[in-house]
Design a protein around this ligand. Structure first.
Ligand code: MLT
Length: 246
């Protein structure tokens, strides 16, 4: 299977993803927070790119909506919660529609709205993502959220880990970019927390008081849930026995 990676979403043509399986990776912190929300029983997560859009959707959805998201790492004014995975608790999100807007993660997700499958991937659910790709056994592309359309090491190392797990089970044909992500994973994968703590965005999050989030975001396979984005919302992809079911 052919495996490709985009280090940030800038040049992605939405319509070209129509027949593709993609994984959106935003380790710090959108993918981790969305996965936490779904794990804690959110009915759905609706990713939106603008605050205005979030307000409109919330107004049309009724009372069980939670507005979550950040700008510059901190809660958006008027929203219920920010983008720390610690905020997506059972008490806050169970059976609720979470309308979610973050600086980079939501933008990357929006680009994949026409994809055949769009998985939300991060360290906390990396093996489930890889298992899905192994079972499908078809070409896939990883889209890293990056930061303002520049490279982020944490997303690329996580992408490398996904590809490495898939390559352990099936034959892959990686692009040069995918080979680079594998090399970064081999180099930094032995201490994911340290890599996050030394990353540009990790340093920023520590500076503004979210150091604890890096521990949560580095916990490999801590959340047994695979969120999938389809029809404008993210839901859990159900696993039955060894076979994944829609
Ligand atoms: C993003 O989408 O840019 C992020 O998840 C930023 C963050 O809150 O850490």
């Amino acid at each position: 299977m052919k495996v490709d990676i985009h280090f940030f979403p800038l040049n992605i043509e939405e319509l070209l993803l129509k027949e593709k399986t993609v994984v959106v990776v935003d380790v710090l912190r959108a993918s981790t927070s969305i996965t936490t929300a779904i794990y804690n029983g959110a009915k759905e997560v609706v990713p939106v790119t603008t605050v205005a859009e979030a307000g409109k959707i919330a107004a049309n959805t009724g009372g069980s909506v939670v507005l979550g998201g950040e700008r510059n790492g901190v809660k958006i004014e008027g929203f219920h919660i920010g983008n720390s995975p610690t905020e997506y608790t059972i008490e806050k999100v169970k059976n609720k529609t979470v309308v979610f807007s973050s600086t980079n993660g939501s933008v990357a997700l929006a680009k994949t709205k026409f994809a055949k499958f769009s998985l939300v991937g991060s360290f906390v659910n990396v093996s489930l993502v890889a298992d899905f790709l192994i079972q499908r056994n078809e070409d896939f592309m990883i889209i890293c959220a990056g930061k303002h359309n520049t490279f982020c090491i944490e997303d690329t190392v996580c992408a490398g880990m996904i590809i490495s797990k898939v390559a352990d089970q099936v034959t892959v044909e990686p692009t040069d970019a995918a080979v680079a992500s594998l090399a970064l994973y081999q180099n930094f994968g032995h201490s994911i927390l340290e890599m996050l703590q030394n990353s540009e965005h990790g340093l920023y999050l520590q500076e503004i008081g979210f150091g604890k989030d890096l521990e949560i975001c580095s916990a490999v396979d801590s959340l047994a849930v695979l969120p999938v984005y389809a029809n404008n919302a993210i839901h859990e992809w159900k696993v039955e026995g060894k076979k994944m079911m829609a």
